[in-house]
Every structure is written in structure tokens, then in C-alpha cells.
Design a protein around this ligand. Structure first.
Ligand SMILES: C[S@@+](CC[C@H](N)C(=O)[O-])C[C@H]1O[C@@H](n2cnc3c(N)ncnc32)[C@H](O)[C@@H]1O
Length: 225
């Protein structure tokens, strides 16, 4: 999968993609992340990419021309399956949407700033609008990082043990069961005996029961969705 992220502050994202699983995915050639500085497509030598909102009011609006130029350059090189705009009024990001998007080959993520982008950008170029939650961030970069991480980690071959992603929360509609590691006893707190028993079918049964109980207690909505 190739992900192109368009931002007016791409530096915010550089270190994020050079660590851990995301770094490994790129080294293995499974994922590519390219950051694009929107200011390189500014309408003048002052680096202007935003302007006052028609109709007045507080806050600047990101202009269509720089975004159009940047997107046109990318689209001239390859076909993109999705052009995603990170926005609080978009579809809320959940695992089923992540799973669907992770199957795509070439994806662009546009990060907004200020009051957001001129509405005509959304009408003309955007195929998916995604929110990472019901709160407002200063820019789309954190959302783009969240989305890219969620997409890349489930691509086959990225995690050392592929079954790991399948047993995470939400993949089977449940929260994940509790996990433990050594030592088996810490300050009087014991790891459940079943996990030390070596009886794999019983361990899986226990994990399922725990996952169900945890989901009922914390996220009953998942069981009715
Ligand atoms: C200050 S916000 C603009 C908020 C916009 N005026 C509104 O009220 O919906 C600036 C940018 O941050 C990003 N952003 C903020 N909150 C977000 C969220 N919950 N999910 C995804 N992106 C978000 C978007 O790219 C947005 O264009």
C-alpha cells in the first residue's frame, strides 16, 4: 500500500513514520508513506495557502488552488483508489472501515488546518471523509497518523505474527481479553491458572469468555451493532 499525505506541516509526521512497525513495514516494501508539503504549491512567493472566509467570521480557510495543484501532480503519476480528507464531520473511523481501506493500493490523505478546506475541495476531489472522534484537533496530521498506522499494521506481512492483529479488539466485534506475561505471580497477584495450564482449547474458551464479559461491561453497544 502507498499512502501520500498532504499537509502544510509535514514535519509533524516525519518521526512518526520512522519508528517501529511503520518503519519495518516500509523497509520490507509492504507500505510506502510519502509526505507532501502543501506550501510548495502556494499561490505566491509568501507561501500563501489560506485566505479569509467569504461571509466573514473568525478563522482562515485553506484555498483550493494549492490543493488542486498538489493532487493533480500526484494523480498524474498513478491512479488513487481513495482521496481521504480528515475532518471532524466525517465518518467516524472504526475497525471495519480500516479493514476495508487497508485493501486499497494507493491512498491520499489530506490534512486540514485552520477552519478546514474550501468546500469545493471536498466536492471536487474527496472520496472519503474521516473523523477520528468527536472532538476538534488543530490539524489533520494526528488523524492522518492514526489512520495510516491502523491501515498499515493489518496489511499481511507487517506484523511478525499475523494472527496478532486478528485477536485485537474490534476485529471479531469484541474487545480483546486480558493478557499477562512473566512473572506468574507479582506482589500476590496471580496470573489465572488456566493460562499456565498448557490446555490450548480451554485457554481459547477462557479468552472468548473474558472478551465477551469485557465487551458486555465496557462496550455493550458492540454486541448490538
Ligand atoms: C480546527 S479543525 C477545523 C474544524 C472545522 N472548522 C469544524 O468545526 O468541523 C482543522 C483541521 O483539523 C483536522 N481535524 C480536526 N479534528 C479532527 C477530527 N476529529 N478528526 C479528523 N480530523 C480532524 C481536520 O483536517 C480539520 O480540517
Amino acid at each position: 500500500m502507498r499512502i501520500d499525505i498532504i499537509s502544510c506541516q509535514p514535519d509533524l509526521l516525519t518521526s512518526f513514520f520512522t519508528h517501529s512497525i511503520l518503519k519495518r513495514a516500509q523497509e520490507k516494501g509492504i507500505a510506502e508513506v510519502h509526505l507532501h508539503d502543501l506550501r510548495k504549491f502556494a499561490i505566491n512567493k509568501h507561501g500563501q495557502i489560506d485566505d479569509y472566509a467569504f461571509g466573514g467570521g473568525a478563522g482562515m480557510v485553506m484555498m483550493i488552488e494549492p490543493i488542486d495543484k498538489c493532487l493533480s501532480g500526484l494523480k498524474a503519476e498513478r491512479n488513487y483508489d481513495a482521496v481521504i480528507y480528515m475532518t471532524p464531520d466525517g465518518e467516524q473511523l472504526k475497525q471495519p472501515l480500516v479493514n476495508r481501506l487497508s485493501l486499497l493500493e494507493n491512498v491520499i490523505i489530506l490534512c486540514g488546518h485552520y477552519k478546514g478546506v474550501d468546500e469545493r475541495v471536498r466536492e471536487k476531489f474527496i472520496t472519503h471523509e474521516i473523523s477520528i472522534g468527536d472532538y476538534v484537533l488543530s490539524g489533520g496530521e494526528l488523524g492522518a497518523a492514526v489512520l495510516a498506522d491502523a491501515l498499515i499494521r493489518i496489511i499481511p506481512g507487517v506484523l511478525n505474527d499475523e494472527s496478532s492483529a486478528l485477536t485485537d479488539s474490534f476485529q471479531d466485534g469484541l474487545l480483546a481479553p486480558p493478557v499477562y506475561t512473566r512473572p506468574a505471580e507479582y506482589e500476590g497477584m496471580q496470573v489465572p491458572d488456566i493460562l499456565l495450564s498448557g490446555n490450548q482449547p480451554k485457554i481459547e474458551e477462557w479468552r472468548f469468555e473474558q472478551a465477551l464479559a469485557r465487551t458486555k461491561a465496557r462496550r455493550p453497544d458492540l454486541l448490538t451493532d
